[in-house]
Design a protein around this ligand. Structure first.
Ligand code: AKB
Length: 340
């Protein structure tokens, strides 16, 4: 008998960590993880098995397929936007081919179980591309169907993978005699920048906000690579995990779309710094603009409309900017660096 498990790819990454923490707290004991590097002890202790390997390695996925019965996949492995711009072809392989491999695994599993496999895909505000700053400010909170003209490899990858998810969910091999509709239960969220108190991101363009606050807590200088007026939406890791759990728990018949915007707060980099100084008056931040990374942030929306997520699966963020600092970031980051 194969063991029934929940698979998390990129388990050692920021959201992977957050998911393991939260699912384990809720009593989920059948997690398995895949990552390029051996996950740290925290993750190892809370998972049944951790496999070190590449999601592009078909032998690895074959082994997982043979050994386990998978009820859900949280596919978090990806190269983020800044890293992807340095190695666009590798990014395409990991972000697109890797996702295709995982969708294929989900389909094989669902066919052999005769039951749907839930598939969570973290998409991003990077799928949007605003042509100019004036249009960005006029556009306001943009809907899921607006401005899908990504300007980064990462954004292109995410947008295409959303379509792949729809294909596997609704149209897979539509010319064959077997009906596979609904076997892959694909659900996606377009995340804003995420700020975690426990971990630091690697290779993203929204990294300036988490980097600024972690540097302040460590008493280190930080060169912020975007202008003070640079504005995109952000949320705490707590809210990002909450959103994944709410969406994955929602009955399929309540979902009117496969891809959802969500939001919490959207300060400019300067407003974020002002808030930070309430807690760390000595915070030493200089705005040293990297024009290329700035242009990516300028192409992302300042705000998104998340009405559909609110309506369909009861989305509502716990933390606005004030609460993010007072109830989550400051207490947890302080205790993290005090104890390290
Ligand atoms: C990135 O900056 O690449 C990510 C994202 C917004 O998807 N954090």
């Amino acid at each position: 008998m194969r063991k029934t498990v929940i698979l998390i790819t990129g388990v050692n990454g920021e959201i992977g960590h957050g998911l393991v923490r939260s699912l384990h707290k809720e009593g989920v004991t059948n997690l398995i993880g895949v990552d390029l590097n051996m996950p740290d002890e925290y993750v190892q202790e809370r998972t049944q098995d951790c496999l070190v390997g590449n999601i592009l390695d078909k032998n690895l996925l074959e082994r997982i397929n043979a050994q386990y019965e998978i009820e859900a996949i949280y596919h978090m492995a990806a190269l983020l936007s800044t890293r992807a711009e340095f190695s666009p072809v590798i990014a395409h392989e990991v972000n697109v081919d890797g996702t295709l491999n995982l969708l294929d695994l989900a389909m094989e599993q669902a066919q052999s179980r005769g039951k749907p496999v839930k598939f969570f895909f973290p998409s991003s505000i990077a799928v949007y591309g605003l042509p100019s700053l004036s249009e960005k400010s006029e556009a306001g909170a943009i809907h899921e169907d607006d401005y899908r003209y990504p300007q980064t490899m990462y954004g292109c990858n995410k947008l295409y993978c959303e379509s792949l998810g729809d294909y596997y969910g609704y149209y897979y091999k539509r010319l064959s005699a077997t009906d596979s509709k609904g076997l892959v239960d694909f659900r996606a969220i377009r995340f804003p920048g995420i700020i975690s108190a426990q971990t630091l991101p690697a290779g993203g363009t929204s990294d300036y906000a988490p980097e600024m606050i972690h540097a302040a807590a460590k008493g280190e200088h930080y060169d912020c690579f975007v202008r003070e007026d640079a504005t995109i939406p952000f949320m705490t890791m707590t809210d990002a995990i909450l959103a994944i759990e709410l969406l994955m728990a929602a009955p399929q018949n309540t979902l009117t779309q496969t891809v959802y915007n969500i939001k919490a707060f959207n300060p400019s980099a300067g407003e974020f710094f002002t808030k930070l100084k309430e807690y760390f008056p000595e915070a030493d931040v200089k705005f040293v603009i990297n024009d290329n990374r700035q242009s990516i942030i300028d192409s992302w929306p300042a705000d998104v409309n998340d009405d559909q997520a609110r309506q369909d699966w009861g989305w509502s963020a716990i933390h606005d900017l004030d609460k993010a600092f007072s109830d989550y970031l400051i207490p947890e980051i302080r205790s993290r660096y005090e104890h390290s």
